[in-house]
Write a protein that binds this ligand. Structure first.
Ligand code: ADP
Length: 891
């Protein structure tokens, strides 16, 4: 029994509160039993003895039943209720009140309930104990007759016995809790050690697995490349090309799985190094342009000339991110263009936020697939993509890497039209000097069978390759054959050192993991070798140990370069070219051939802005103002019997009004549909990294807001703000948003501010002729007839996003206009933001405009009064002779 209880108490499977329950309730029962015996000895009343006896029996039963039926929580509550509401008051009144032992038990009860009741209920019970103590003391004070009194001697004896009992219980409870704490801490330390050990073993397993898989792939890919270079039959060449692609696929799969496992176990360490931005870009582009060209795609590269020449970041991982996303763009695009544009926003503290946008004109991604894009092993739209190779790991790794670098990746895509990934990575600036006009450098594509030429020859150079694997030695020898370099090989560090006594090798390719003496040891020895001829040689690590941490290790140990197996002929040649003394190298004239072709990449050369504001043509902004401010305008449409026209571009208000002179002529306006919005956003995103679209109020008829919102779901960088206005009221909001964007505010800041700014805008119009409203279906025809007869001119006002009727003005046109201007401006005189006022009109002559201006200036002086012709879409709804005053309140 004792053993079982002990086992229960120390088992990690037993929750802490169960252990406390058992310890405190058992202790309480034992001590109460002892007190019971003591009470018999000192001759306590029958009532008290029976109360105590029943309590002890109930205690035993509750503990047993609760443990048996695993209802410990309930047990804790039952015992606490029993103690607080029954045991304590009965004991108090039968045991002499304040001249007995109960006050000491009250004190212990605070500990008992707080240990045995969980959560918020614990506070309630502690409150109950306090309340019960106060109640007992108060009743006893006012009704002392209710107490069973003790003699002084008994009171003393009872009190001391309880004091010792409770003291022992407190001591035992604390001792037990301390023991559990120490026990659990030791166990946690042991477990942490075991987990570390497992991680180390897993780490070792993954790195050796990576190494072991890379070694044979190196042989397969390397020797296969030799076949591709030979003059073999077409069939053999095709087979070799397939082996090549399968080998590379296998390699990328191994890399992805290893990366994913590293990320999942939190062992993906970044190794920031200083790197040349131009060199890194050239490497990426050289790698991918051929793939794009083979698919008939155009690869455009556009690098902001102010990109710093040298940055600090994990170059290897940044390349991995860009290659992965660019590769996807090429993979998922059948025709058109893949473009990479790079921009840089300088931040305080010598940090550059580099923004890479990778856009394609490919198959696009469905909206419903967007949330799963970055989920590991998830390939979206599988039905369509089943012929395209992939594992669904690439983007998951990209996302994790970008997050780890403190960056951000977002996607904008229109299904069937194309996709843009925007990646931002903050990096330290090492060399502020701007990169300038970027021209990718190419050493050509040596994998192309027909086009292969060694990019240089060096018949006088003598190099050494050290590797314990014969196949690897053979691969390097063959891949470098065309360069005519003299190659010696060594199968161990020892053998290499022996050769270095006889021959001076300007360049040595050295494997890392070799039996007896590894590559690092060999490097250290050769640098101080007695009589050695290679103390100053360039030593390049040629290893199957992947990862930026390995690269950093080789750099630290003193290697001059690092090549990862499987290595291509191109990489080997480039590295050898880089390391060999210039006097030993003869550069082949053909080298320029492919470089020329790659320079043919188109340069887009237009700097993307961080945030661009867009709105609709119905926002009634002057066209040149919108152009100057770089506010993108999406035209609404006007549909007449003659056809469909783009608002403002293909149809113009005056022409439309003339057309509407015919009472039978019909014209309706329509907001652009979802697809038109999508195309518009995609187009605008070629000029900006983020878009804030100020849409016409969602509460007016023919609003484009819903379509805009629907379309924006495809774009992580497009945000739609409901202006709650139309016409130049909406335009004012766009101007204000644009001012904030130019001041460098973030998208979030602009959106937050717009929710306030839109409440400060006043949009109202005075309508001359209600016919148009009736024809547009806004009011019944009868009403317009009556209004005309009584010379009633209504004011139309935007209120909380809804278009409603405001005041009615009666009289001649001139008197109505006067009243409207006065009423509008009088009420806002001191509140108005005087920077700008729009007078947006339909069919009002220049002379009338002059008159309106004078009337306005009589009331309020604005810095700018813009007379803006309303867009046809507005004109068609309000008719000629309409104008409105649109302005903002001050902040
Ligand atoms: P995969 O190995 O399948 O390419 P990724 O993680 O790289 O895996 O991409 C996940 C999925 O996202 C792909 O299966 C593809 O459906 C979709 N995807 C990624 N990039 C693009 C793109 N540029 N255009 C269209 N779909 C893409």
């Amino acid at each position: 029994m004792m053993k079982k209880t002990r086992q229960f108490l120390i088992s990690p499977a037993t929750p802490l509160y169960e252990r406390c329950f058992v310890v405190t309730s058992l202790l309480a029962t034992i001590v109460l039993s002892l007190v019971f015996i003591w009470d018999i000895c000192i001759g306590e009343s029958f009532l008290k003895l029976s109360a105590l006896g029943v309590t002890i029996v109930i205690l035993w039963l509750t503990i047993g039943l609760c443990l048996r039926f695993k209802k410990v929580e309930l047990g804790g509550i039952i015992l606490s209720v029993g103690v607080v509401f029954f045991v304590l008051p009965i004991e108090f009144f039968t045991g002499g009140g304040v001249y007995g032992c109960t006050p000491i038990w009250f004190a212990y009860s605070f500990l008992f309930v707080s240990v045995n009741v969980k959560g918020k209920l614990r506070f309630v019970f502690v409150g109950f104990v306090a309340a019960m103590a106060i109640a007992c003391y108060t009743i006893a004070y006012y009704h002392p007759k209710l107490l069973t009194t003790h003699t002084v001697g008994i009171a003393y004896l009872d009190s001391i016995a309880s004091l010792i009992g409770v003291g022992v219980m407190l001591w035992l409870t604390m001792a037990f809790l301390m023991k559990i704490f120490i026990f659990e801490r030791n166990r946690a330390e042991k477990q942490a050690e075991e987990i570390n050990e497992m991680n180390r073993a897993q780490s070792h397993f993954f790195s050796s697995m990576s190494h072991e898989i890379r070694t044979p792939i190196n042989t397969i890919i390397g020797l296969n490349e030799m076949i591709l270079r030979e003059d073999v039959s077409k069939e053999v060449a095709e087979d070799a090309a397939n082996i090549q692609s399968a080998g590379r696929m296998l390699l990328s799969l191994v890399n992805d799985i290893l990366d994913m496992s590293k990320i999942e176990s939190g062992r993906m360490d970044l190794t920031p190094v200083a790197y040349h931005t131009g060199d890194m870009l050239s490497e990426i582009v050289n790698m991918l342009w051929k793939r794009a060209k083979d698919k008939g795609l155009e690869l455009k590269v556009d690098v902001a000339p102010d990109l710093p020449g040298e940055l600090k970041g994990d170059e290897v991982r940044i390349k991995q991110i860009l290659i992965n996303v660019l590769n996807n763009s090429i993979k998922y695009t059948r025709e058109g263009t893949v473009s990479l544009s790079i921009q840089c926003e300088k931040r305080p503290g010598g940090v550059a936020n580099v923004v890479y946008s990778i856009a394609d004109t490919g198959i696009g991604i469905k909206q419903e697939s967007m949330p799963y894009l970055f989920t590991a092993f998830k390939r979206v739209d599988e039905e369509k993509n089943r012929h395209i190779e992939g594992t669904g790991l690439g983007l998951a790794i990209v996302k994790q890497l970008v997050d780890q670098m403190g960056g951000r990746i977002t996607v904008n895509s229109v299904y069937t039209k194309g996709t843009t990934f925007i990646i931002e990575i903050p990096q330290l600036i090492i060399d502020e000097t701007a990169l300038g006009e970027y021209k990718p450098q190419s050493h050509g594509d040596v994998l192309n069978r027909q086009a292969y030429h060694a990019s240089f020859t060096a018949p006088e150079a003598h190099i050494l390759v050290v590797d314990d694997n014969v196949s690897n030695l053979m691969v390097v020898e063959k891949l470098l054959r065309e360069t005519k370099v003299q190659i010696d090989t060594a199968r161990s560090g020892r053998e290499a050192l022996e050769k270095m006594i006889q021959t001076e090798y300007p360049v040595i390719f050295m494997d890392h993991l070799m039996p007896e003496m590894d590559g690092i040891e060999c490097l250290h020895e050769l640098r101080v070798q007695m009589g050695g001829l290679c103390k100053e040689s360039k030593v390049v690590a040629l290893t199957a140990n992947a990862g930026s941490e390995m690269r950093a290790l080789y750099e630290k140990e003193g290697f001059d370069g690092y090549l990862l197996k499987p290595v291509s002929g191109d990489q080997l040649e480039k590295e050898l070219y880089r390391q060999l003394p210039r006097e030993l190298v003869i550069v082949d004239e053909n080298q320029g051939e492919i470089a020329e072709e790659s320079v043919a990449w188109m340069h887009m050369r237009k700097k993307k802005v961080p945030v661009m504001i867009t709105t609709e043509s119905v926002a009634d902004l002057p066209a040149d103002e919108a152009r100057d401010l770089n506010i993108g305008i999406l035209p609404h449409q006007v549909i007449t019997d003659e056809g469909k026209f783009d608002d403002g571009e293909e149809i113009e208000a005056r022409g439309l009004i003339a057309y509407m002179q015919d009472p039978n002529a019909k014209a309706v306006t329509a907001a652009p549909d979802v697809e038109t919005h999508e195309n518009f956003f995609a187009d605008m995103l070629t000029q900006a990294n983020n878009i804030v679209h100020i849409s016409i109020s969602s509460r007016v008829a023919h609003s484009g807001c819903i379509a805009a919102r629907e379309a924006a779901r495809s774009f992580e960088n497009v945000n739609v703000v409901d202006s709650r206005h139309l016409s130049s009221g909406q335009g004012l909001l766009a101007i204000e948003a644009n001012r904030m964007a130019n001041a460098g505010c973030s998208v979030e800041e602009i959106i937050k501010a717009m929710a306030v700014v839109r409440t400060r805008i006043h949009s109202s119009f005075i309508v001359d002729d209600m016919d148009y409203l009736a024809r547009a279906g806004q009011i019944p025809k009868r009403v317009s007839g009556l209004a005309k007869a009584f010379m009633i001119h209504p004011e139309i006002v935007m209120k909380r996003g809804k278009m409603g009727l405001g005041r009615f003005y009666i009289g001649s046109r001139e008197s109505v206009w006067k009243k409207y201007i006065r009423t509008c401006l009088r009420q806002i005189k001191n509140k108005a933001d005087r920077r700008i006022l729009f007078v947006t009109f339909v069919g009002i002559t220049t002379k009338e405009q002059e008159w309106i201006k004078n009337r306005i200036e009589k009331h309020v002086k604005f810095d700018r009064i813009i007379f803006q012709k309303a867009s046809p879409a507005i004109a068609v709804n309000s008719g000629p002779g309409t104008f409105g005053l649109l302005f903002m309140d001050k902040e």
